[in-house]
Design a protein around this ligand. Structure first.
Ligand code: FES
Length: 102
């Protein structure tokens, strides 16, 4: 996938030393990554949407943080339960999930 239509970044508090430790990680962000992968797969979108885990975005108190490109939309306080809504509303229908936007 060279040019995904959307690229989703999920903060899992990755550190340069390879460890994941920090606020987003402690709030279950690894589960969010897995949920995105499952949700995209179930909607047959895996071929056009890329998901990556990242290091800290610097706004930990609003985490877990999810950033969606090409729109550059930042979502905060995301849980695994919010993933379905983000995929359906934002990725499939182009409508930003305002209640989560920061
Ligand atoms: S640890 Fe996720 S924004 Fe800082």
């Amino acid at each position: 996938m060279v040019n995904p239509k959307h690229h989703i970044f999920v903060c899992t508090s990755c550190r340069l030393n390879g460890k994941q430790q920090g606020f987003c990680y402690s709030k279950g962000s690894v589960d969010i990554v897995g949920e995105f992968m499952e949700e995209l797969d179930s909607r047959d979108l895996s071929g056009e949407v890329m998901v990556n885990n990242t290091g800290c975005f610097g706004i930990c108190s609003q985490g877990p943080i999810v950033v969606v490109y090409p729109e550059g939309v930042w979502y905060g306080n995301v849980t695994a339960d919010d993933v379905e809504e983000i995929v359906e509303s934002h990725i499939e229908n182009g409508e930003i999930v305002k209640r989560l936007q920061i």
